[in-house]
Design a protein around this ligand. Sequence first.
Ligand code: GLN
Length: 201
Amino acid sequence: MTNQPTIGVLALQGDVREHLAAIESSGARAIGVRRLSELESVDGLVIPGGESTTMSRLLTVFELLDPLRARLKDGMPAYGSCAGMILLASEILDTRADAQHLDGLDITVRRNAFGRQVDSFEADLDFTGIDGDPVRAVFIRAPWVERVGPGVEVLARVPEGLAADHIVAVRQGSVLATSFHPEVTGDRRVHQLFVDMVRGN
Ligand code: GLN
């Protein structure tokens, strides 16, 4: 890897374009990943928001599920946002019985956890590892993290309101996940953190 790593964005479904742009403007090369050869060529992978059960099905259809599990097991850095966080979990609550997960993080997530009342909302978060202003977080039918394993660092929680204190950002080694969508705000600090993780890997 050079100083400019190549970071893939899983491009089966979801807000792929926004992540490609966010990665490019954070100092890495970005490519969409739909094929095994593309997965094999990247130094790290973003799993975007979208619909986790659909992405789970498409991972199987595109024959990427087992190769992706293998790369994660091998230590490939990954960042999952929203549906991506759900897919990276080791346990998913409130999902379909046939939904697959990738076991990249030792966490239990609850899908669509914030419920109807607060389906979509925004909040300013203190985010461990990101200095300066709080991170503006956009939540869209977001999951939260209900359990973290011993190796998992909690990076952010909902600060106030109905859902106060719920965990919405975590890191375990070289795997990062957020319940929210940093790709839509123009603030590149979460993507920058991930690019730095890939560089340091
Ligand atoms: N609710 C979606 C799911 O279960 C995730 C929403 C999102 O990624 N914005 O997959």
